[in-house]
Ligand binder design. Structure first.
Ligand code: HEM
Length: 558
């Protein structure tokens, strides 16, 4: 928000207070706010005058608006003018200046240790953590995600598959014959329930209140943070409590604590038994850690908050990714049979089990997923970091302490010089990464060398959809397995196409928060995000038509 915007707010406030007869306090407050706004705006631009500003002819307000309402094109212009020539550029956002880096600079920053660049503050700031209470960055959770969860994914295959079956039966029971459905909401519920199985265990997978809590928590968190950003910073400590989304957040916090408490207590009692064999879910792994460190009292409060943190990171990111993959499948239906054949073949080779190497061997699906994600990332920019000290990059770019930097993700991942594949990166080639992988194998690279390259979960300076470096998404291995199992089940059990009269690919179900400081997107709240799965067909149309393909869903086993 600019100083002029602030003044306009304050003027309105003054008039409002005046009508109530509080002119003097209002004038004092106005003066304080103006001083705060002016000094804040000056301080925030310090030390960056050596970095070129994108769109100097637009004026400060014009530039902020261009970024707010036309971000993709504006970032593309910046890429062509500066990033492609090895330079960074500056964009003014509602929350201050942001330095946009090219691929080389981003990977260098992404590899720096935490005492030099901080990834928590940008997230916390974006989500207004001091008001919303958002808890970011629990090192134990990150470690468990990277170790226990990731190493057990092969064993969890059939458990996830059975949970997916149960969800598909309940979510698509109306799809006996071709039936139009709106897919995002249903996939979000499926992802929430399947993730719940792994995050908390069986108990809450069918609990409607838990599913609503974990799904809507993210929506209200982003709504609350977005509203707060439109309120002058000095007023925020007073008004945040009156924002309806804040009250809902408090309700969800309390509900999560209430629902987790009996489960934690029952597990604690069971753990007293010497015969107790540890369950395979995040809650149990967290409890084991807490016991090791002898934490007991009110553990459930902390564990409930961690569950909300997990669902924030995992639910909508994954459900929007699967939605985009289905949008791509119906837009390029030639891939439906290719992927279905691969699933059928691999299931037959794996005795119809989803365990072990089944998921790993779905190479064509993996490639399709990565291509879909490249075209529909969680944001046009990614990897927000604050510098904690003065930093000079290897190309000489000086970033003073306190600079907010991001990677120009969409442009980097669409630059032919960086992607280096045989087909144009601006086209959709579902087998792009499959072919790149095979090419490596053909020129004699070993399986081991190829394993980490061109896969959905691989991160590199040409592939930063999950971030890069130490803080690259630790849940991506789980997300990859979960998505593959959901897609495999959908392909085997259903057929899908765009409803009659709809042409072209739906607009992305990737919600880009307008000021780009939020890497997380929110479905089902048009007031928060403006780019959410807008359909190209008539308003009453549905986004995907579904039909039962074969009767292969069984809700057996767990
Ligand atoms: C398709 C789904 C997903 C996408 C696109 C996604 C994307 C991202 C991105 C872009 C980041 C920031 C990386 C960086 O700044 O370098 C991130 C961080 C994170 N993600 Fe994911 N994510 C997904 C699924 C998940 C899942 C399923 C989980 C948990 C099981 C998870 C847990 C996390 C956590 C804990 C972080 C913070 C890591 C840190 O600060 O060190 N994500 N994710």
């Amino acid at each position: 928000m600019t100083v002029t915007d602030n003044m306009w707010h304050l003027l309105n406030l003054a008039l409002l207070f005046n009508t109530e007869g509080y002119l003097f306090p209002c004038l004092v407050l106005t003066t304080v706010l103006l001083i705060g706004a002016i000094s804040k705006s000056k301080r925030k631009n310090d030390g960056l005058s050596h970095i070129p500003v994108l769109g100097p002819e637009l004026g400060a307000k014009g530039r902020t608006n261009e970024f707010r309402y036309n971000a993709k094109a504006f970032l593309q212009r910046g890429y062509e003018e500066f990033n492609r020539n090895g330079k960074a550029f500056l964009i003014q956002t509602t929350e201050g200046p942001m330095v946009v880096l090219n691929s080389q600079q981003s990977s260098e920053v992404g590899s720096m240790p935490d005492h030099i660049v901080d990834n928590m503050r940008p997230n916390g700031r974006a989500l207004m953590d001091s008001y919303t209470g958002y808890l970011d960055g629990d090192a134990v959770v990150f470690r468990i995600l990277k170790t226990q969860l990731t190493t057990q994914l092969g064993d969890l295959g059939d458990i996830l598959a059975a949970q997916t079956d149960r969800c598909l039966i309940s979510e698509f029971q109306d799809c006996e014959d071709w039936a139009p459905v709106q897919i995002l909401g249903r996939l979000t519920r499926i992802v929430a329930a399947v993730s719940t199985r792994v995050f908390v265990g069986e108990e809450l997978t069918t609990d409607e209140e838990w599913l609503k809590t974990t799904i809507d928590y993210t929506v209200q968190l982003v709504t609350c943070a977005t509203i707060l950003k439109h309120i002058p910073s000095v007023l925020r400590p007073v008004v945040y409590r009156f924002i309806p989304a804040y009250r809902k957040l408090q309700g969800y916090n309390n509900a999560a604590i209430r629902m987790i408490k009996p489960i934690v207590q029952a597990r604690r009692e069971a753990m007293e038994d010497a015969e107790f064999s540890c369950g395979n879910d995040m809650l149990q792994w967290m409890l084991n850690e807490r016991v090791k460190k002898k934490f007991h009292d009110k553990d459930y409060v902390y564990l409930a908050q961690l569950q909300l943190q997990l669902s924030f990171a995992a639910t909508h990111t994954t459900s929007m990714a699967v939605t985009n993959m289905l949008y791509d499948l119906v837009a390029w239906p030639e891939y439906i049979d290719v992927l279905r054949a691969e699933v059928t073949e691999q299931l037959a080779a794996n005795s119809n089990s989803f365990r072990g190497n089944f998921v790993r061997n779905l190479y064509k699906m993996d490639s399709f997923m990565k291509e879909s994600q490249r075209h529909n990332p969680v944001g046009y920019t990614i990897m927000g970091r604050d510098t904690c000290q003065d930093v000079t990059l290897s190309d000489g770019l000086f970033l003073p302490k306190g600079t907010f930097v991001v990677a120009n993700l969409y442009q980097i991942t669409h630059d032919p010089d960086i992607v280096q594949s045989d087909s144009d990166p601006n086209s959709f080639d579902g087998l792009r990464y499959y072919k790149m992988r095979n090419k490596l194998l053909k020129i004699g690279a070993g399986e081991k060398e190829v394993a980490g390259k061109h896969q959905f979960v691989s991160v590199s300076n040409s592939s930063m959809m999950f971030g890069y470096g130490k803080h690259a998404c630790p849940g991506r291995f789980f997300a990859s397995n979960e998505i593959k199992i959901i897609l495999a089940k959908l392909l085997v059990a259903f057929d899908f196409e765009t409803p009659a009269g709809v042409t072209g690919r739906y607009e992305s179900s990737c919600c880009i928060n307008r000021d780009k400081r939020t890497r997380i997107s929110t479905p089902s709240s048009d007031s928060v995000c403006d780019a959410l799965s807008r359909r190209k067909g008539p308003p009453e149309s549905f986004d995907i038509a579904f039909a039962v393909f074969s009767n292969s869903l069984t809700a057996q086993g767990s």
